[in-house]
Design a protein around this ligand. Sequence first.
Ligand SMILES: [Zn+2]
Length: 339
Amino acid sequence: MTNRYFKQLLLAEIGEEGQKRLNGASAVVAGCGALGTVIANSLVRSGVGKVTIVDRDFIELDNLPRQVLFDEDDIRRGLPKAIAAAEKLRLINSEITIEPVVADLTAENIEQIIKGTDIVLDGTDNFETRFLINDACVKLGIPWIYAGVVATYGMSFAIIPGKTPCLQCFIGELPGPGDSPTCDTVGVLGTAVNMVASVEVTEGLKILMGKQDSLINKLIYIDVWYGTWKVFELKKDSKRCPVCDDRQFAFLEQKKGTRLSSLCGQNAVQISPPVSTSVYFHDLASRLRPHGEVSYNDYMLKFTIKPYEFTVFHDGRTIIKGTTDESEAKILFSKYIGV
Ligand SMILES: [Zn+2]
């Protein structure tokens, strides 16, 4: 029978030894949107032994132009992204382990989720989560690859704790709200995502094969529309970094309190209760039915009370669509869900 990885075995850059390393390696894909679906797809097809996919969201129609693992049927079935991605990927490669995690990466759960993995790949859409990943990866000594795409351009950089600058070293402070363009304000082109994800995964495969010497070791910037490809040397400067020099993990240590965040481009606010609970959809549905339309499946409950749409997950995390006002969302949450 033909070897599934025949063309990779032929490649001098991978070969039999490299393929064996990939089959024995593990990766966490943080976020399964545009970048994350392309990353997970490539990792699974390349034969990385265990791929964990973490995503907090569900699939919507305007995801389909970019998010290559999803289809209209997934939307009809109301599947969370992590679950739909895992279902597709298991059809592609049944010889590896694929683990979906339907959760928001938080200070409380990130170490548990990434502990023991060989690499974390950035498929997120916000800097807060990236700084959290940076803290956790530097703390645990796990390599991670930063990537971001907006409009027709994007960039990527492989961070090896102790060897390269970390995210904090080269970005400095967390950009403030409204400081940088987002996919919501200026849009994003799917081909730009594919390009940046390809660079990101290629660097990731090198790390997983133990070929760190082959890393580009520079920040790569690509604009797929205007044909720009630039590389920037990033060196650790003499200034001490609070994260990788002083091991102060500010994002990881902010563990308490209800967390609210506006979701990129969705006219929605996400609410994460301070303690994750177990929400019984059957009970919640009967409480909510007098107030509006309710439906639920194994993964989430939807409650519509115009103009708002609530999506509640088992751990109590709730996305309220129809507002970007965090205090309004908090009031709606305590009024109807109140976990
Ligand atoms: Zn640093």
